[in-house]
Design a binder for this molecule. Sequence first.
Ligand SMILES: [Fe+2]
Length: 347
Amino acid sequence: MGFTNMASKQNVLGIGKTESGEGPNIEEYNQIDPCILECFPKTRFPVDLYHWREEIQTLTPVYRAGREVDRRLRTTVMGLSEQGVLFFTRNQIKDYTACVACNLNAALDDPNLTWDEKAGVFIGELGRRQDAFFSHPMAQELDDLDKALASLCVYLVEDSRRMNKVVHDVHCCLAPERRRINASLLALAVYMEMHRGDITLERLETVALGFFLYDIGMTRVSPMMIARPQQLTPSEQRTMREHPKMGLEILSRLNLTRPEISEPTIQHHERLNGSGYPNKLAGDRIGHFGRIAAVADSYCAMVTDKPARKGLAPIAAAAELVTNDRQYDQAVCRTLVRFLQTVPSSL
Ligand SMILES: [Fe+2]
């Protein structure tokens, strides 16, 4: 395989043959930063690695993906990375991307990833850390989620149009297992849209945490009860209606008492006309964050596929919300609709 001259510090174009022997086949090779290399598993790297040898303008293979890595090879590879001469082929970007998620700050600065690929990395990793916290709501899991949210907020504050990409990804997957993170991201999108030009990074991080934890009380409800398609018995309904209070208890135990964080949890099932639960709050007694969480949660419940039926189309779900001014804050609903109109294929 031959290679062209280095196109830039980060990229090399390689010219070789296709696997069938018909060529030429042009591949792009990207430089690997030492921060990213640290994210790779210690014993087996996920991608083939190449050494760019400036003196002969050639990439030479140094590692084949999947082979065991000993200490000597690891030291060699790290040295090449520090010199800026370690590369991988972009044909293996999926395997590469799967590993960089462990360091979201490094992923954010990684010139090898497009903004679309970065959004995918964020959603995947945030979902994983959100699930970890919901399975085990302790300080370490909270810290992991908080760090990922801090990186997400930097990503979004740098350019608010990136939220469109995130919400587009929400609508690409409406499976039940994505409902939790989809509702969290959508609530955050609506908040950012309503407060354009008026957002500090510190405040956004706190607000984001509130929206990512709002349904934590559901972890205290039996999964069998949640999954059952039949209607709940009166006693089960009472248990279900307690989950916001149970969520608040979990947050209090972790000293998460700021209204930006507690309000979505305790108020996301309250409705403006007092028909909601657990406290039958009405009107102004429901706060801004509770109202946003209520709309995002209801919208995602409507569009998510259920075991017995497919979810509503986004336009049908949005129409239900904007015609229900007795229950939902219409400023929030209109913002959601306006936001969805900017997202390709959502409405
Ligand atoms: Fe809930």
